[in-house]
Design a binder for this molecule. Structure first.
Ligand SMILES: Nc1ncnc2c1ncn2[C@@H]1O[C@H](COP(=O)(O)OP(=O)(O)OP(=O)(O)O)[C@@H](O)[C@H]1O
Ligand SMILES: [Mg+2]
Length: 235
């Protein structure tokens, strides 16, 4: 279980995350919802160690990881796919996966690990040698997911996986995310603007507004809450 208590993230005088308490049960998908600037990315970066916590505690199975550097957290099984589909565009799919692989070596070899992720995304397997920049947006998102999955993380943080993708592609991506949780028991935290989509795959959700948790609950309950969108998500 991943637990966040009293978390504060600051950039100079800006308080991006303000005294947030969140719990992520093992093997579940949690959606982090909120309008632009609500603090979703900052929260996720604090969990993976890319920004420091100005206050508060982050624990994995009771162990305090708040002071650990990002690479130590990665070794504990936290994998973070950042916002904005960051890929090496001139490098092939295989090479992008290898970069992710080299970042943190594990027991078995690259071929075994990459074959395993290609089983999940057969469409990518036929494009292994293609430069990532020539792929469609949906295929690029699959490469991002594959790079995040290549180490079989225990915790997978996905920042706006649907950004800029057509609805039909988003459905495929979200189906893949659900499958990862179901097959591997991975604990997944995903941030989204589009509440309905995220709530359709999530077990629970938190809504952030101006850095604070303003709503939390079962995804199924929040999905039918008509007030949610108008009040917190900017439309
Ligand atoms: N590196 C930074 N330096 C200064 N301020 C920042 C930085 N990153 C984010 N902020 C500010 O922190 C607040 C929260 O930003 P954050 O990116 O976490 O929100 P978000 O919910 O992910 O937004 P979006 O939906 O647009 O991605 C905003 O006011 C933002 O301007
Ligand atoms: Mg963001």
């Amino acid at each position: 279980m991943l637990e966040v208590t009293g978390l504060v993230v600051r950039y100079g005088s800006i308080e991006a995350v303000r005294d947030c308490d969140l719990t992520f049960d093992t093997g579940t998908i949690t959606a982090i919802l909120g309008a632009n600037g609500a603090g979703k990315s900052s929260l996720m970066k604090a969990i993976s160690g890319l920004v420091p916590a100005a206050a508060g505690t982050i624990r994995i199975d009771g162990e305090d990881i708040t002071a650990l550097h990002a690479h130590r957290r990665a070794r504990l099984g936290i994998s973070h796919a950042l916002e904005g589909r960051r890929l090496f565009h001139s490098m092939s799919v295989d090479e992008n996966l290898r970069v992710a692989w080299e970042f943190r070596h594990r027991g078995n070899d690259f071929k075994t690990a990459s074959d395993r992720v290609f089983e999940r995304f057969p469409m990518l397997a036929t494009r292994r040698k293609t430069p990532a920049g020539l792929l469609s947006g949906g295929q690029q998102q699959m490469v991002i997911l594959s790079a995040a999955l290549i180490h079989e993380p225990r915790y997978l943080l996905l920042d706006e996986p649907s950004l800029g993708l057509a609805p039909v592609i988003v459905q495929q991506i979200f189906a893949a995310i659900s499958a990862v949780c179901r097959d591997s028991g991975t604990t997944i935290i995903l941030s989204e603007h589009v509440a309905a989509l995220a709530l359709s795959v999530a077990h629970q959700a938190y809504v952030l507004k101006q850095g604070k948790v303003v709503r939390k609950g079962a995804a199924s309950a929040l999905a039918v809450d008509a007030s949610l969108s108008a009040a917190y998500l900017g439309g």
